[in-house]
Design a protein around this ligand. Structure first.
Ligand SMILES: Cc1cc2nc3c(=O)[nH]c(=O)nc-3n(C[C@H](O)[C@H](O)[C@H](O)COP(=O)(O)O)c2cc1C
Length: 233
């Protein structure tokens, strides 16, 4: 089993400060990243949030030696070729420590960035995006024409520097999400759900992946609520 921490605001109560919560700034992220690195967690998830996850991750490479950066990417907001270039650059500079968490996001958040596809169309776009991204990460040439993407003669000038290409992880629960994961993804992440609910969801994704003769790994994203007793928690 691999255990990842979380490198995203908001975090922590500080009732003695005016805002009532911890100031999540660069110095704090450095502390958390060093702790993750030192304590032996496999890595951390850098979700979309207040801070840009690529800039956050890149800024923390020099403070860490072994932790992996699981960086959230939203297919509707960036060209797959540009994204592949960023990922491979990060992979070289971090010595093989980048993983990508493909999230298709929600309409309200994405609308603010000028992306207005509805739910299932977002997953159609993610499906096309992954057909371009994966071969590029594998240092292959790609030309692709779909409903959403039209890519001509893409190839990265850079290699992964001898490290394995960044693995693709994924978060999303709907039928459309599960289908995209089954076709393209290495590791499927679920929200924190009860063990029976998680088992049922994993069985459904697995059945879909079987259709494509693919085997996925599975993960679950949990919040830890720490109090003196179970009742208080
Ligand atoms: C483990 C996990 C991590 C996620 N991280 C992000 C994220 O960083 N940014 C984001 O916009 N959505 C994130 N999502 C949300 C998904 O993009 C999606 O909006 C949500 O799962 C609902 O999708 P669905 O309608 O297919 O169930 C995450 C989901 C999961 C399960």
């Amino acid at each position: 089993m691999e255990i990842y921490w979380y490198l995203t605001a908001p975090d922590g109560h500080q009732p003695w400060t005016a805002s009532g919560s911890r100031q999540v700034n660069y110095a704090y992220f450095q502390q958390v990243a060093r702790a993750v690195d030192h304590l032996g967690f496999t890595g951390a998830l850098l979700a979309t949030g207040a801070h840009d996850p690529w800039i956050l991750g890149a800024a923390l490479i020099p403070y860490t030696e072994r932790m992996k950066f699981l960086i959230a990417i939203q297919p509707g907001l960036i060209s797959p070729t540009l994204l592949a270039k960023m990922a491979v650059t990060f992979n070289q500079f971090s010595k093989g420590r980048v993983l990508l968490n493909v999230v298709s996001g929600d309409k309200n958040t994405l609308g603010a960035y000028g992306m207005h596809l509805d739910h299932d169309a977002r997953y159609d776009l993610s499906d096309e995006f992954l057909q371009v991204l994966r071969p590029l990460l594998n240092e292959e040439n790609v030309s692709f024409k779909g409903e959403h993407l039209d890519i001509e003669n893409a190839r990265l000038a850079l290699s992964n520097g001898g490290y394995p290409p960044p693995p693709l992880w994924f978060g999303g629960s709907s039928e459309a999400a599960q289908e995209v994961a089954a076709k393209h993804i290495d590791t499927y992440l679920s929200w924190g759900e009860t063990p029976p609910q998680a088992a049922e969801k994993i069985a459904r994704v697995k059945a879909r992946a079987d259709k494509y003769h693919r085997q996925l790994r599975y993960g679950i994203r949990l919040y830890v609520i720490v109090r003196e007793t179970d009742e208080l928690a």
